[in-house]
Write a protein that binds this ligand. Structure first.
Ligand SMILES: [Zn+2]
Ligand SMILES: [Zn+2]
Length: 537
């Protein structure tokens, strides 16, 4: 870096420190760099990630950065040319929540790249944090950029196991130390999955104590809420309380209103979030565009029945009185989490019984000549849990709620997807299709969002939320994370029954200036960076 650009960098950083959470390395339009050969994208329809209307132009990339945007830029000798005529060029999509703690096993992350995703927020719900984070990420090579979070569930499990009780003072201090260490190692904040054991046993105050540590480092609090169905509004209020106590922004992952009894609740949820904003807590959400979600069977059971782990659950089930109590509570939980009938629970697979990948609880009852009644269904679920919990798709949301959430100015896009490492696994189709599905279904087919609105929710708004100063918007000086796609044909193909279908329509994908997809073909490039949260000074 030349002395001139270095001094520019310092100026840019000092301004940013005064303003927001911090700064990443930044560069202005440097005439020396503009003169180097690089990559020139011509005749593009630019949707710049700010929500502004599309415009025509050319984009020059040199090294990792965008150096110039203009009308009919002249190619320099040695420039690689990309003709983007008829195509949209947008900032690479930022996935606000996905599970990629195992990216070392599948560094190309093709199912994300094919969606146009260049940056993934690996916020943790039930998953573990690779630890120590800095050692884990030191030699990590991968195609997309990844942002890490301190994990509340992992932290509590590490210190307290699966105990259903408040922490002692010493345990709380140990947990705070782990969060502090994660923040020191570049985490973007604290993330939690309060619906899951052992976080389900934590009070708002306990969560807020750890969120305060993230707040000291300028981080945010990201959460999978305690409840996304009957207690949706209470759960949102809990998060307002945590934001208020810990004085930090709150971001709710995969907002939804689950369970046939809760359809339509998006109206109240959004009104409540507006109210929370007005009261001074900065709260945002993200969503994946499917009327079904996927998680473990645990959420069909009362939390107390799972305390202590699988062995404790088994001994409770052997006690007829306790089994009866569990079954009684499950009867009221079921319509709050599942859909109208027993087809609404579709197994990812059953750990101890072959042949159930993609099949449903209704199929299971039929195969065993059981009636399609709630009593029989709950008996079957208890037996299955006894054999080892299973993962399933819960077809239990309403399209009207999804559209309403999508339209809110507080909402960004996430996939909640996994790295598609195995064709044996029955993934939720969001793993392959979330971002193209927003563009094909909600922009192109239904016109719920304009293209620039949708792109903003996938890029500029998300970058701002994470505190990424130089990604998410197409402007000179920013990292060249760019997706070049055909807005008329970009489409998701994965379905619940045939999930292993890549999305199509992304023609080229640049990550930190390198082509990760070229002419529709995956390259071997691994240009992704571990993003480090820029701490408050
Ligand atoms: Zn979650
Ligand atoms: Zn998740």
């Amino acid at each position: 870096m030349t002395p001139i650009s270095k001094s520019l960098l310092i100026t840019v950083c000092s301004i940013l420190i005064m303003g927001l959470a911090g700064c990443e390395e930044n560069q202005q339009n440097d005439p020396q760099q503009s003169a180097q050969s690089g990559l020139l994208i011509q005749n593009a329809t630019i949707v710049d990630g700010t929500g502004a209307e599309p415009y025509q132009g050319d984009i020059r990339v040199v090294g990792e950065r965008i150096v110039n945007i203009g009308d009919a830029l002249e190619p320099l000798e040695g420039d690689q040319l990309i003709d983007a005529k008829g195509l949209v060029v947008a900032p690479g999509f930022i996935d606000m929540h996905a599970h990629v703690s195992n990216i070392h096993e599948y560094p190309q992350a093709e199912n994300f790249l094919r969606q146009g995703v260049t940056t993934i927020a690996n916020s943790l719900h039930s998953h573990d944090l690779p630890w120590p984070l800095d050692e884990y990420t030191a030699n990590l090579e991968m195609a997309p950029n990844v942002a890490y979070f301190a994990g509340f569930n992992w932290t509590r499990k590490t210190v307290m196991g699966l105990d259903n009780r408040p922490p002692t003072d010493a345990e709380l201090e140990q947990m705070k130390t782990l969060v502090r260490q994660a923040m020191e190692q570049g985490a973007f904040g604290l993330s939690s999955g309060i619906e899951y054991v052992p976080a389900a046993y934590a009070s708002n105050e306990e969560v807020a104590e750890l969120a305060k540590v993230a707040a000291q480092w300028g981080g945010i609090y990201v959460t999978h809420m305690r409840d996304e169905g009957p207690k949706l509004l209470e759960s949102i209020r809990d998060n307002a309380e945590i934001g208020r106590q810990a004085k930090l922004p709150v971001h709710i992952n995969h907002i939804k209103s689950t369970g046939v009894s809760n359809h339509g609740k998006s109206r109240d949820a959004l009104a409540l979030i507006d109210e929370i904003h007005a009261s001074g807590v900065d709260m945002t959400v993200d969503i994946y565009p499917y009327a079904a979600f996927m998680t473990y069977s645990d959420l069909l059971f009362p939390a107390w029945s799972l305390a202590g782990g699988a062995e404790d659950f088994r001994s409770r089930i052997k006690d007829p009185v306790q089994r009866q109590n569990i079954a009684t509570e499950m009867k009221s939980i079921f319509p709050q989490q599942a859909g109208k009938d027993f087809d609404s629970i579709q197994f990812e697979g059953l750990p101890h019984i072959e042949g159930y990948a993609g099949r449903t609880l209704a199929d299971y009852l039929r195969d065993r000549q059981q009636p399609q009644t709630l009593d029989a269904a709950i008996d079957a679920l208890i037996d299955l849990q006894y054999q080892g919990r299973f993962a399933a798709i819960y077809h239990s949301m309403a399209e009207a709620d999804i559209e309403r959430f999508l339209l809110s100015p507080h909402t960004m896009i996430s996939s909640d997807g996994d790295l598609a490492v195995s064709r044996e696994k029955h993934y939720h189709p969001r793993t392959y299709g979330a971002f193209p599905r927003v563009l094909s279904t909600y922009v192109r087919a239904r016109g719920v969002l304009s293209l620039e609105q949708a792109i903003y929710k996938m890029t500029g708004q998300s970058a701002q939320r994470l505190g990424l100063q130089d990604r998410g918007v197409i402007q000179a000086g920013n990292y060249a994370d760019l997706v070049i796609f055909d807005e008329q044909s970009i489409t998701d193909h994965a379905t619940f029954l045939e999930p292993h279908q890549y999305s199509t329509g992304v023609k080229h994908l640049l990550i930190n200036g390198q082509l990760a997809i070229q002419d529709g073909r995956l390259t071997t490039a691994l240009p992704g960076q571990t993003l480090k949260h820029q701490q408050k000074h």
